[in-house]
Write a protein that binds this ligand. Structure first.
Ligand code: UD1
Length: 371
């Protein structure tokens, strides 16, 4: 059967973005194939998301995880080129900013296949983040660019991207959140993940800039220990962070702290269950800034910048430096109930996937002039 659309996924944050797109495109009658690069390969970083998001098993699994950035990106490119030549889709859809995103868009673009980038235009203006390089390059070679927030429109205009290629559609990550929100209470796995504490912090850290270097990681550990004197801290550990804690002999002391609960990476529903009950999120993630904004839960993002400024301008997010006292001060403010009023950004309404599918459908229509 001819393939109309290939959707590429690779790493954990991609799965919740792809699920609403897959649903919206397949329901319009297109033949949609899912390619999983295998950038993330552990069951709890990948398989569980397919089950919980009701994504079908990938049509192609490239099995290209691990390695340096160059190795990972290059291996994905080599493997994806073969899949693309076989499938001959009319368009390739990539999401987010991970290495799989740039690797597959580069291959498709050079093969003369149109590329749609979902979550285009976000910029931290910080090239020390590998994701920023992936964002800039993917946008440069994409044909259709789907934007989640106002800043994305401005950034793409400043970079000279023609207006007719850019579509402000809202946020597919929020589509997935809205889709499962009602099921969290009844889902068994999610219920099992709930905790008894009524007040607690949920913490995730995995950025190389926070967890790779010993001194920074030591400060992360000190911060978590200090916050844990105020309220219990739940800490699902990303494989990168676990490896680094072990390498620097910091994991044991952290796990031994009576108010710190070190967990394995959680499934989507389990994590959302913990998030919806949390008093505060302390994180360096991209997507959690958006999810907490939608849920209006205070979020402290331990980074110097964000590519998602709307989460600070309208949402419940605030950037904080990696500094024990500053973070403790913000946690105490939240515990005292003095956090800012926040709003949900425009078009974060659970229907972004449908809007994207409409634009892709129009671009595939035979009589249409395409960008
Ligand atoms: C990647 C993304 C980042 C995203 C994050 C979410 C890039 C450049 N970065 O970072 O934007 O926020 O995913 O998780 O694409 N590992 C495992 N098991 C797995 C996956 C990874 O053990 O299932 C190990 C890898 O072998 C490596 C480390 O964890 O040692 C980091 O994985 P990698 O894919 O290189 O980048 P992330 O830090 O996960």
């Amino acid at each position: 059967m001819e393939t109309d659309i290939l959707i590429v996924v690779g790493a954990r944050p991609n799965f919740m973005k792809a699920a609403p797109l897959y649903r919206a495109l397949a329901s319009r009658g297109y033949t949609v194939k899912l390619v999983h690069t295998g950038q993330h390969y552990d069951a709890n970083m990948s398989d569980v998301f397919f089950e919980q998001l009701q994504l079908p098993r990938p049509d192609e699994y490239l099995g290209v995880g691990g390695g340096t950035h160059a190795e990972q990106t290059a291996n994905i490119m080599v493997a994806f080129e073969k899949v693309l030549a076989q499938a001959t889709p009319k368009i390739v859809v990539v999401v987010g900013d991970v290495n799989s995103t740039i690797a597959c868009s580069l291959v498709a673009s050079k093969a003369g296949v149109r590329v749609a980038h979902v979550e285009a235009g976000l910029r931290s203006f910080d090239r020390s983040m590998p994701e920023e390089i992936n964002r800039v390059l993917t946008d440069r070679i994409s044909d259709l660019l789907f934007v989640t927030e106002d800043s994305g429109l401005r950034n793409l205009a400043n970079e000279g991207v023609p207006e007719h290629q850019v579509f402000f559609v809202g946020n597919v990550m929020i589509d997935s959140l809205v889709h499962v929100l009602n099921t969290i209470e009844s889902d068994e796995a999610a219920r099992a993940a709930s905790v008894e504490d009524r007040t607690y912090a949920l913490c995730t850290m995995h950025r190389p800039s926070n967890v790779d270097d010993f001194e920074r990681l030591q400060t992360v550990v000190d911060t978590i220990a200090s916050v844990a004197r105020e309220l219990p801290v739940y800490l699902p550990l990303h494989p990168r962070t676990r490896k680094s804690l072990v390498r620097h002999s910091l994991l044991e002391a952290l796990s031994a702290h009576e108010n710190v609960h070190v967990l394995d990476p959680l499934g989507y529903l389990e994590f959302l269950k913990l998030m919806t009950g949390a008093t505060v999120l302390i994180t360096d993630s991209g997507g959690i800034q958006e999810e907490t904004t939608y849920l209006r839960i205070p979020c402290l993002t331990v980074r110097e910048n964000t590519e998602r400024p709307v989460t600070c301008e309208l949402g419940s997010n605030e950037l904080v430096p990696l500094d024990v006292d500053r973070i403790l001060d913000r946690v105490r403010t939240i515990l005292a109930g003095r956090w800012k009023e926040s709003r949900i950004p425009p078009l974060w309404d659970g229907h972004a996937g449908e809007r994207i599918a409409d634009v892709i459908a129009a671009s595939l229509a035979p009589a249409q002039t395409v960008p």
